[in-house]
Design a protein around this ligand. Sequence first.
Ligand SMILES: [Mg+2]
Length: 168
Amino acid sequence: MKPLVLLDVDGVLNPTGPATPDFRRYRCTIDGTVYTVHLNPRHGPRLMELALRTGSELAWATTWERHANDWIAPRLGLPLLPVVPLGPDRGSEHGEMFKTRYVAEYVGRRPFVWFDDQVYKEDEEYLRAHQGLDDFLLVHVPPGRGLTSEHLALAREWLTLTGFSQGS
Ligand SMILES: [Mg+2]
């Protein structure tokens, strides 16, 4: 049972802050609406390396859902990834964000790391209480700058230390 590495798009791979030279701007057209995103082409190889080294599987956990495979993955050099299906926003029980229950349903008993700009203590508590899940790491990514090598290092360290790593 490979651990999952769950990826958000907005605020993680597409930061909200001023674009730095590492990022390229793209336009995406989804259902007639044009979205502008800023993507760092180095993110793809770094995520692939994380997955390879730790024996984990990348998956999308984003409101982009399947569109992430059309518009984001190819620009980062990522393959098509599994998508966590997100249903409607059914509200919050204890302050967790709406994605958290869908993530809980998707992961089942699999260990996972989750990169998101909106995961907080309430989400951690929800996952522990509702799933009896222990083996997960929520990595809160500040949305202004998005995913950095520090976040990737946290994930790698956790995946390695917890013994899920099947790589070196
Ligand atoms: Mg986000």
